[in-house]
Design a protein around this ligand. Structure first.
Ligand SMILES: Cc1ncc(COP(=O)(O)O)c(C=O)c1O
Length: 438
């Protein structure tokens, strides 16, 4: 045994040693030395040595109603004591209830859900669904988009660091990322740029596909890309283009869903666009492994072959989902995300005035990011300062995420139930970390 532990379990050093020996070396972890976490409650987590952190990243925007939420725990335990597993070969009231809850808040005519076990699986389901419904097989994604880790999901992902294979799945093309901060068409990026981004999408369809795409898939806010918010009007026009060519609109709400972006339940509702298929995961069930793909009656009926999922729709995960959704609804998560997001954004903008290396502060609701650059004119990504800032946040006892094509974006996405006081504490800690590297 090395080191000491207050929790009476295994020390951080032992866990890190074990991880290095038995887990896949390519697993990305935060910080120079991995951080081991052992317990949590609400927006706080502790390492095995008892050091506390304010969690502003919530396990990648997943712990939507706080760590070890009592209502979610009670629902989980009650269901585990009753019936733990059946597979989708049998019907279960919890799965029906979960689907009903999602349909109640989903936009437009989205009504029928297929439950799986991760965002990646839900993306796979959506892509296959679109191909089955249209009888076509070509897909358009967005550059710098991220959709998961399977063969198909890494193929629609357009971020070289997340594509370990040279040519994963054929028939997938990528249009330009509508990134206002790095808009190639002009600064400030405005509605004329929107038309150019959408022209590019159309050009990709007519030049790099057979002109008959099955679908266009996009995140409403590009999460892994560093919370890139497409300019107003983009989704309306992109939806019009893909539908004009007979394809479907798949919206990936894995990060942006469930009130995260403020005011609405889903990011796409800010733009008044109704997707044909929508994908959810992460915050849907507070950390239970649930992916969900929702679509219309008509598209759902086009899936003619057989399908099952052994673990999808599992009664325990569904109980966790239902309790999470009840918590989000009872605490009016979209409203809280809006208010706490504004609180955070105002503080970040104020810090940006003093630190020009905070090149861009962006996001919506409780999805706020800082892009770190060498200077605001060249906008050259600054990896050195990003690394220092990450270590400084850890030292100050606050957890944030990293993202962006070059890894130079700091991402913030806490529990959607975070209070004003907790957010103020987070801002103070983050501010001190920023001053340390300023
Ligand atoms: C937008 C988006 N889609 C899909 C996924 C894949 O989800 P998972 O990691 O649960 O497979 C992610 C994961 O980060 C994501 O951010």
């Amino acid at each position: 045994m090395t080191g000491t532990t207050l929790a009476g379990g295994v020390t951080s050093a032992e866990t890190i040693h074990g991880q290095r020996e038995f887990l896949l070396p390519s697993m990305l972890h935060m910080y120079q030395e991995p951080l081991v976490l052992e317990e949590g409650f609400g927006v706080r987590v502790k390492d095995p040595e008892g050091r506390e952190y304010l969690d502003l990243f919530s396990g990648i925007l997943t712990v939507s109603v706080g760590h070890c939420n009592p209502r979610v725990i009670d629902a989980t335990v009650a269901q585990m004591k009753k019936l733990g597993h059946i597979s989708t070969l049998y019907a279960h009231e919890m799965q029906v209830e979960a689907a009903r809850k999602i349909a109640d808040i989903a936009p437009g005519n989205l009504k029928r859900t297929f439950f799986s076990n991760s965002g990646t699986e839900a993306i796979e389901t959506a892509l296959m669904m679109a191909c089955l419904a249209t009888g076509r097989s070509e897909i358009i994604g967005l550059r710098v988009g991220y959709h998961g880790r399977s063969f198909m999901a890494t193929s629609v992902t357009a971020h070289s660091g997340w594509r370990p294979l040279a040519t994963p799945v054929a028939g997938i093309k990528h249009a330009k990322s509508p990134n206002p901060y790095r808009c190639p068409y002009g600064q400030p990026c405005d509605e004329t740029c929107v038309d150019k981004f959408v022209d590019d999408l159309e050009e990709v369809i007519v030049t790099t596909t057979n002109g008959r795409p099955a679908a266009f898939i996009a995140e409403t806010i590009m999460g892994v890309a560093g919370y890139v918010v497409p300019p107003a009007g983009y989704f309306e026009k992109a939806a019009e283009v893909i539908r004009r060519y007979g394809g479907l609109l798949i919206i990936d709400e894995v990060q942006a869903g469930f009130g995260r972006t403020g005011t609405h339940w889903f990011g796409i509702q800010h733009w008044g666009v109704e997707p044909d298929i929508m994908v959810m995961a992460k915050g849907i069930a507070n950390g239970a492994p649930v992916g969900a793909t929702i679509t219309t009656d008509e598209i759902a009926h086009a899936w003619k072959g057989k399908t099952i999922s052994t673990f999808g729709g599992n009664p325990v995960s569904m109980a966790q989902l239902c309790a999470t959704q009840d918590e989000l609804r009872d605490h009016d998560a979209p409203h809280n995300a809006q208010a706490r997001g504004e609180q955070l954004r105002a503080a970040l903008v104020e810090m940006q005035e003093r630190h020009p290396w905070m090149g861009d502060v962006r996001g919506m609701g409780l999805m706020q990011a800082i892009e770190i650059v060498k200077d605001p004119v060249s906008k050259e990504p600054d990896m050195e300062r990003t690394k220092k800032l990450l270590e400084a946040t850890r030292a100050e006892g606050v957890l944030v995420g990293q993202g962006g094509l070059h890894g130079t974006v700091i991402r913030i996405g806490p529990s959607l139930l975070i209070t004003e006081e907790e957010m103020a504490e987070g801002i103070e800690k983050l501010g001190r970390a920023i001053e340390r590297v300023g």
